[in-house]
Each structure stands twice: as structure tokens, then as C-alpha cells.
Design a binder for this molecule. Structure first.
Ligand SMILES: Nc1c(NC[C@H](O)[C@H](O)[C@H](O)CO)[nH]c(=O)[nH]c1=O
Ligand SMILES: CC(=O)[C@@H](O)COP(=O)(O)O
Length: 203
């Protein structure tokens, strides 16, 4: 079976991006493999480790709320940093430069994109369907309401084998592809695209 994912649009530079990752802890071994794929691809695209913030929640149902709160928190950090910078700048001391240097090691700007990672595996009740639908619609609402791209990194698998394959850790090598790689690429592309579109330009 050929790889289904979307080929990357073009060479993109993530070196100035701040990325949030919110992951559920259900099905932890599969989550860990997906996160490894995300981390590896973000690094490959230049996103600095110090500009990646990771938070975890119990299950996928908590992802939309946590993403919303993390985005709001990152916007608060931006305001705080800017206030401090403005204050120091007005005193025209070299502290303003020190602050800029300090903040240049890790960004304190609003997240450019957030990746929500979860693994839902169908059980014997309708729980799976209700959570899958709620999480999908919830994450879509968070990104449209906040203006920050939220990447849908939630596997909705009918069997554990399907989830293992999509995390690249099943025993069937031919079917293995770590979807975390695709989610990281999508995060960088949507983050850069949003920067351009917000400025009235196009990628
Ligand atoms: N069955 C799975 C869950 N269930 C837990 C819910 O997501 C939620 O944490 C709970 O209902 C409390 O609100 N979560 C997963 O991520 N994956 C599953 O397979
Ligand atoms: C996705 C789920 O909530 C599912 O794993 C729960 O299993 P069950 O439907 O057997 O309670």
C-alpha cells in the first residue's frame, strides 16, 4: 500500500517558530512513538527544542480544552514579555538589550501552531464514536476561534494494529508509517502560512 500522506509543499524553515504539543496519555506506548516522529520532523525542519512546549492530558477528550488554554497562555506570555521590554526600553538602559538577548534564547511569543496528539482505539461501546466526534469538532473550533493552527494528530483506530501501523511500530513493516512526521510538517507549514496570510502575503 503506497504512503497516503500529503507531500511537503516546499522546503520550509521552522527556526523562528514556537510550537505547542498537547498529548493524551491513553495508549502511552503508541503516543510515545508518535511524539518521537513529531520531534524528529520538527527538528529536521529547524524548529528549536527550546521553542517547543509539551503538555499532557489524561485522554483525547481533554485535548480541545487544553489546546485552548495553552494558546491563551502563550498569548499572555507575549503580552507580559512585551510589557517588560517596553518598560525597560522606556528607561533606555542596556537592560532592554539584556532582556531581548535572554528572550532570544527561547521565544515567548504566542504559539505559531499547536499539535494535538491522541490515540483513540475502538472498544465494545459507542464511547469511541462520541469522543472521536467531540474531539474532532472541538479542535477545529479551537483553531478557528483562536486563529492559531491546531494540527489534528489524533488516531481514531478500529483496532490496536491500525494504531500501531500509524505510529510506525507494528510488526508489519510494509504498513508502518509514523503519522507524527506528517503532523509536524503540517504544523510548520500552517504556522508559516498563517504568518504570511496574517501579514497580507502568500506562501
Ligand atoms: N478510550 C480512550 C480514551 N478515553 C478517555 C477519554 O479521552 C477521557 O480522558 C475520559 O473520558 C475522561 O474525560 N481516551 C483516549 O485518548 N483514547 C482512548 O482509547
Ligand atoms: C475509545 C474508548 O473510549 C474505548 O477505548 C473505550 O472502550 P469501551 O468502549 O470498551 O468502554
Amino acid at each position: 500500500m503506497g504512503f497516503k500522506g500529503a507531500p511537503q509543499a516546499k522546503q520550509l524553515d521552522g527556526s523562528n517558530l514556537r510550537i505547542g504539543i498537547v498529548h493524551a496519555r491513553w495508549n502511552q506506548s503508541i503516543i510515545s512513538a508518535l511524539l518521537e516522529g513529531v520531534d524528529t520532523q520538527l527538528a529536521k525542519m529547524g524548529v528549536r527544542k527550546e521553542n517547543i512546549v509539551v503538555q499532557s492530558v489524561p485522554g483525547s477528550f481533554e485535548l480541545p480544552f487544553a489546546c485552548s488554554k495553552m494558546i491563551a497562555a502563550s498569548k499572555t506570555q507575549t503580552n507580559t514579555t512585551m510589557t517588560a521590554t517596553d518598560l525597560l526600553a522606556s528607561s533606555s538602559t542596556n537592560l532592554a538589550e539584556d532582556l531581548k538577548k535572554a528572550s532570544s534564547t527561547s521565544l515567548s511569543t504566542a504559539f505559531d501552531a499547536v499539535i494535538a496528539v491522541g490515540v483513540l482505539i475502538k472498544g465494545s461501546t459507542m464511547h469511541f464514536e462520541y469522543i472521536s466526534d467531540a474531539v474532532t469538532k472541538g479542535l477545529m473550533r479551537v483553531q478557528l476561534d483562536s486563529g492559531v493552527p491546531v494540527i489534528f494528530g489524533v488516531l481514531t483506530a478500529l483496532t490496536e494494529e491500525q494504531a500501531l501501523e500509524r505510529a510506525g511500530i507494528s510488526s508489519n513493516e510494509e504498513k508502518n508509517h509514523n503519522h507524527g512526521i506528517d503532523w509536524a510538517s503540517a504544523a510548520v507549514e500552517m504556522a508559516l502560512g498563517t504568518q504570511e496570510w496574517t501579514a497580507g502575503r502568500f506562501l
